[in-house]
Structures are given as C-alpha cells and as structure tokens.
Design a protein around this ligand. Structure first.
Ligand code: NI
Length: 157
C-alpha cells in the first residue's frame, strides 16, 4: 500500500451533514473511505471522458421505454440492427403493462458506441436511460499486460 497523506478540508456544515447522511446510508464507516471512492470514481470517469473516439471500449446502455409508443419498437429494432456489430447482447425485462427495461451490452469504437446510445436515447417513448462505458481494466490502471495472461483454459473432454 502506498503512503497515506492526511489533509484538511473546509466545507459548509450543511453540506457535510448531507454528505455524512449519504455515506452512512451507503454503509461507509468513515469519511476517508467514502472520499477515496469518490476520487477514484472521478478519476476513472475523467479518463473515460477523454477516451479517443477510435479507442475500443466496452459498456452497457440501460433504458426504460413505453412499448406502446408509436413505432418505437420498430425504430429500436432498426437502430440496433444498423449497429449489429456493436451490440453484443440484449436483456429485456417487462416491468409492467406499459414499460420495458432493456440493457444492451456494447463493444466497439468509442465514437460509434456513443452514437448508438444517443440514437436510442433520443427516440420518442424512451423515458430514461444511461450509457456506461469503460476501458479494459489494464488501460485504467495504466498498465500493459501480455494478452496471453488472460486466457480461458480449454475444457478437457
Ligand atoms: Ni417488454
């Protein structure tokens, strides 16, 4: 473990009270661990944000939509078929009589994954959704590993 540094933070009482309430609800035992996690999250997000458009990313797009909305199902299918090389898998859940929740696992160039997400989220009838993209763990950690270190052993018959 690297060396720990202590530092002071000036913060409004009210803001700190809200933060304490938030982290208690998430099960953190102290502010330090909560703050470290927030910093890590911000660093990963910043790295993903500046990912060049031609870098290969993996991610998931989750969205909720009303399957009764006019033409939506057809438009959704067309968009996904137009980008079939990016869509690895789709999970569909019928939430209630009207609403569906769908998660599409995506893999491809960052620019194309973002464009696909935009074209689905902007469809009329899609109520709410979010794209999560990330880089291979080695890239986030700033390390390079030989690709053969990650392999799935063959199953013996
Ligand atoms: Ni459904």
């Amino acid at each position: 473990m690297s060396q720990l540094t202590r530092f002071g933070v000036s913060i409004e009482d009210e803001l700190l009270a809200k933060f304490d309430e938030l982290i208690a609800g998430r099960g953190y035992e102290n502010r330090s661990e909560a703050l470290r996690d927030l910093i890590r999250k911000a660093l990963v997000e910043a790295q993903v944000d500046k990912t060049k458009n031609d870098v290969e990313v993996v991610g998931s797009l989750t969205f909720v939509y009303d399957h009764h909305a006019h033409d939506l199902m057809q438009q959704m299918a067309e968009v996904q078929h137009d980008h079939h090389d990016l869509v690895v898998s789709v999970i569909h859940v019928h939430i209630d009589h009207h609403n569906c929740l769908e998660t599409a696992m995506l893999r491809g160039k960052a620019s194309r994954v973002r464009a696909l997400a935009d074209s689905i989220l902007k469809l009329k009838g899609v109520k709410h959704g979010n794209l999560f993209i990330t880089l291979p763990a080695d890239a986030i950690e700033g390390r390079r590993r030989a690709s053969q270190e990650h392999h799935h052993p063959a199953v013996e018959p």
